[in-house]
Write a protein that binds this ligand. Structure first.
Ligand code: ADP
Ligand code: MG
Length: 354
């Protein structure tokens, strides 16, 4: 069984690597000059991490970045028993000493929980466990089971003080899966900058962040995945410099049963995968942690409420794709996103402001 899983994972990785080369390299020509380049593709934080950097210290920057992402996984993963998050979850009621990093990410997750009136909820753990999406045990739970665990889903049951954090009672579980990858991408940017590397690209399972321009001096051209066709199939291109482009979609982890599609972004109110008529939401902004939380929030809120929410935050833009394959852009993205998928319709001239 394990071998089969491993084999599956490898094939999966290979497919992603091949297809992402098409997306990314197809878009930037090497200038041919003797610029040092480095690249890595690894499976970390339960997802594929792809990084490329160009410049004198490219190699060390990539190496350190990958180590840093592993460190963050080691601190914040819910599946690693020794992680700080597991320590908190396994000791209800007890304040656990945690690192500054975990402290920061929990504090940010609580900030976004408040900001979204609980649409983003870092205490979603029991619901994630119950559905088991992305595991061999994925199944549709009964309404009674959902109600039973929903009682524990409330971010007010997480407390932080100084360098300690706790869950207030048995059954409450922190899950930072909707925000930690964004934090990791931001940390990679710090490492890249520390080494004065002028040009870098990182993709942590859909959390893309770019530093500077591509190696040939043109903007990075980031492919937005076709949410129906899986990795490597692009339906839009965004040109970007020094930004993060983060997508939450119903295709990242899911299973199907009786013709229904059950995915891994939950509405904390119902305990069901959010069903708002969306296939994906992409957020474009400066900080990847913000974009990670905001893409989850916008997805759970749906098009109208989600777009309004995003438009109210300065320097944050969004692209929503609906089940009808309509593409809706926030005001700052007009002319920035190029739709390349022939089945997608760009809806223009909308106003979500009021
Ligand atoms: P992806 O993992 O595809 O990047 P997201 O950033 O949207 O997608 O994160 C989904 C993950 O976030 C889930 O696997 C789960 O761990 C967690 N999660 C799911 N629903 C919520 C929610 N409403 N609030 C906070 N975290 C969530
Ligand atoms: Mg997210």
């Amino acid at each position: 069984m394990i071998d089969l899983l491993k084999a599956k994972k490898l094939i999966f990785l290979l497919v992603i690597v091949i297809s992402s080369f098409l997306i990314i390299t197809g878009c930037g020509r090497d200038s041919g000059a003797d610029i040092q380049s480095a690249e890595d593709n690894s499976f970390i934080m339960n997802t594929l991490v792809q990084m490329r950097a160009h410049g004198e210290n490219a190699e060390i920057a990539v190496e350190e970045s990958m180590d840093r992402i592993r460190e963050i996984e080691y601190l914040m993963s819910r599946t690693l028993e020794a992680s700080e998050v597991s320590q908190i979850n396994d000791n209800p009621g007890e304040f656990i000493e945690i690192s500054e990093e975990t402290q920061k990410v929990i504090a940010e997750s609580l900030y976004f929980a408040e900001l979204s009136s609980g649409k983003f909820d870092p205490s979603i753990g029991p619901i994630v466990d119950l559905w088991g999406i992305g595991t061999e045990e994925a199944r549709v739970p009964s309404q009674a089971e959902i109600e039973e665990v929903l009682e524990f889903v409330d971010y007010n049951n997480l407390e932080i003080e100084d360098n300690r954090a706790r869950v207030t009672k048995e059954g409450v579980k922190i899950d930072l899966g909707g925000i930690a990858k964004g934090y990791a991408a931001d940390e990679v940017r710090e490492i890249v900058k520390k080494h004065d590397v002028p040009s870098a690209f990182i993709n942590i399972g859909g959390n893309v962040l770019v530093v500077g321009n591509n190696v040939d001096g043109s903007k990075w051209r980031i492919g937005i995945q076709d949410p129906r066709r899986g990795r490597g199939n692009v339906m839009a291109i965004v040109e970007s410099k020094d930004q993060t482009i983060v997508t939450s979609g119903d295709y990242e982890r899911y299973f199907e049963e009786d013709g229904e599609h059950y995915h891994h972004i939950f509405d904390p109110e119902s305990g069901y995968p959010a069903r708002t008529g969306l296939l994906s939401v992409t957020i474009i902004t400066d900080l990847s942690l913000d974009a990670d939380a905001l893409s989850t929030i916008a997805y759970v809120k749906g098009l109208e409420a989600g777009m309004k929410f995003v438009e109210d935050i300065a320097d944050v833009d969004a692209m929503f794709i609906t089940e009808e394959l309509d593409v809706h852009l926030s005001s700052g993205l007009t002319g920035i996103v190029e739709i390349t998928g022939p089945d997608f319709n760009l809806i223009e001239g909308e106003n979500f402001a009021d």
